[in-house]
Design a protein around this ligand. Structure first.
Ligand SMILES: [Zn+2]
Length: 75
């Protein structure tokens, strides 16, 4: 199975989808590495084991993965 197939399967296994918001990880706001946007939709995804957290940039669609849940803006 190649990486793209794994990603596609991960998205099929999506268990929760939240509305777009700013997020914080490690005390810093998460900023898109591609377009610089600070608004992401957060998804909790099962990837063959522990629950992972996926932030998808609402502007360009770049996906970033976290093992621990990034906090939402204001938390
Ligand atoms: Zn982006």
């Amino acid at each position: 199975m190649n990486v793209l197939e794994q990603l596609a399967e991960s998205f099929r296994e999506m268990v929760k989808k939240e509305p777009p918001a700013s997020h914080f990880a490690g005390g810093k706001q998460v900023v898109c590495g591609h377009c610089g946007s600070g608004t992401f939709s957060s998804r909790r995804v099962l990837v063959r084991g522990p629950l992972s957290h996926c932030l998808v940039c609402t502007k360009c669609g770049l996906a970033m993965w976290f093992e621990t849940s990034p906090g939402r803006g204001g938390e």
